[in-house]
Design a protein around this ligand. Structure first.
Ligand code: PGA
Length: 217
């Protein structure tokens, strides 16, 4: 089964620098021949650099951490899908941090999903649990329980699978788990045929740790 490992650097530089992260990680990943997809989601300023460095690799992709609900135009500070075209294949939408700190509503998130899809960017849609509706057209869903994010308290595989059962997932959904994933617990999720991949925050900032997670595939 094809698995996805997504790095979400959030509003951080990775350990040392982006260049150094890429040098360490890409040297290792080059030796990998598996069928997984690795998606690197830096913050906007680093997207072109990362996109350039991974363009020749067939299993490493770039994603944004957000996308505007607006189109091109007079929307100061927004980054619409048209400006990301050709740079990213994926976009994280609906992360709980954005729902909380930026008050992103279900309505706004639905617009973001359609803006991404219009231009062929695949949304990686984050939900906190079954309270969050999944907009039409979403294929990749990342379940991220808030209490597990950045706390070191990852949710156990049986608990994740129980939540999965309760969700109204689209047919053929690609189901990811995120929340304190690290090199020690990644394998427990990836060994399940119910989990299609992982969304990794903190541990993705260190190229060695992130590489170790990809080795759990
Ligand atoms: P974490 O973050 O791995 O640091 O818990 C995951 C996320 O918020 O995507």
């Amino acid at each position: 089964m094809k698995k996805y490992i997504v790095a979400n650097w959030k509003a951080n530089r990775p350990k040392n620098s982006v260049d150094e992260w890429l040098n360490v990680f890409l040297k290792k990943i080059n030796q990998q021949t598996d069928e997984s997809s690795i998606v690197l989601c830096p913050s906007f300023p680093f997207i072109p650099l990362v996109a350039e460095k991974v363009k020749s690799l067939k299993n490493v992709f770039v994603g944004s951490q957000d996308i505007s609900s607006f189109g091109e135009g007079n929307y100061t500070g927004e980054v619409p899908s048209a400006l990301l075209s050709g740079l990213v294949d994926y976009s994280i939408i609906g992360h709980s941090e954005r729902r909380t700190h930026l008050n992103e509503s279900d309505e706004i998130l639905t617009k973001k999903v359609s803006k991404a899809r219009e231009i062929g960017i695949e949304p990686i849609f984050c939900i906190r649990g079954n309270q969050d509706p999944i907009p039409e057209g979403v294929k990749i869903i990342a379940y991220e329980p808030v209490l597990a994010i950045g706390t070191g308290n990852n949710e156990s595989l049986p608990d994740v699978l129980q939540v999965k059962q309760s969700l109204k997932l689209p047919p053929d959904a690609i189901f990811l788990y995120g929340g304190s994933v690290d090199q020690d617990n990644a394998r427990s999720y990836l060994s399940s045929d119910q989990i299609n991949g992982l969304l990794v925050g903190t541990a993705s900032l260190d190229p060695e740790r992130f590489y170790a997670i990809t080795c759990s595939l």
